[in-house]
Design a protein around this ligand. Sequence first.
Ligand code: SF4
Length: 442
Amino acid sequence: MASPDIRKIYIETYGCQMNLADTELLLGLLKPQGYEPTHDASQADVILLNTCAIREHAEERVLGRLGVLVRHKARNPRVLLGLAGCMAQHHREKLLEQAPFLDFVVGPDAYRTLPALLTQEENDAPFVSVRLDREETYADITPVRGEGVRAWVTAMRGCDRFCTFCIVPYVRGRERSVPLAALLAQVRELAAHGYKEIVYLGQTVNAYHDGTADFADLLRQTAAIEGIERIRFTSPHPADMSERIIEAMATFPKIAPYLHLPLQSASNRVLQRMERGYTIEHYAALVERLRAALPDLALSTDIIVGFPGEDEADFRATYDFMAQVRYDSAFMFKYSPRQGTKAYKWGETVSEEEKGRRLQEIIALQERISREINRRLIGQTVEVLVEGPAKRQPGWLAGKSRQFKTVVFPGGQVQPGDLIQVQVRDATAHTLIGEARSPMPV
Ligand code: SF4
């Protein structure tokens, strides 16, 4: 255990980048109270799981982990064990029935209550703090970020779209944006600390609007900040992808030519039942405009198979559309019903087995396309922002190309944060394998 004046907090983060950014925010909120992060749960005064509710499987994993981590509490009853994030907001007090040993449950808009909550350790009643707040953006909190070349910056929180399969608007509340001036100040600070790449985050990040400035303004003004070499954002919603944003992307080379543009389904019937807010014709025309404005654009997407009512013809439409658009990569999932959403009431119409078959089919298609696209880069030179050691090849380095492709190459005189040119020698569906070209760095 830590000395009485320094308290250690161990956080495990599940789910999306928003949650990773929220973990940094939680550390920022707790730092003034003397909390320091630890990677060793056995050394912690507070153990916190920052959770995801998007699929049932994610929640099962968290419950399993709680069963393991509670042992630290059994050894030392003064250790506080809590749950934060979307699952906390989704199940609230009910979590205490499944995990009665929890000391606190705190939702994404209630993190400011956490410091006070943690000082109430003498009070042995568990604390549930899950009020959603239409204003909260945590704009004044400085997140505690890990080392690296890329910083995730939350530009907006919540979502107003209420797609019928999605739990997010219920657990993260309504859409609200961090004021432009606060975001730019944060990015200037990050540049001063040596970060080279900024990724703006939001559930529908391109719906950003602080009352005066929209997302195109944010991109343009961020591009003017010296020291930041690359700007990315995730995830944009197709219906909020304005011409102004496309123009900003085409104008400023710092805005990386990579877009994660969730499709979900290519059947208008399914899109309508999902209440996605676009037709497949609208989406296809958007892809066309994007590719005309940004010829080197890499595209990725999200696909759900087995949504209630999806028949073979609907699925085929999705398969064919993916084959036609040729995404660089895709996140593909079986539909997972979430209690509280509109689609939950419709029940399931596609068997697990059939969902599995559809999923395997599009995974195989996408693997083939990703490999073909990447192999076409063999012989070409790509600009790489070096991040650090490669995971699988000892002595090699890894980084990302402007199109957000992982590039690995034998290490040399380069450092994380360097922008270098790498000649692609080989490629798989997921990785470019290359050689740094001299002179380097560029
Ligand atoms: S846009 Fe739809 S899928 Fe995305 S977070 Fe909002 S409700 Fe969920």
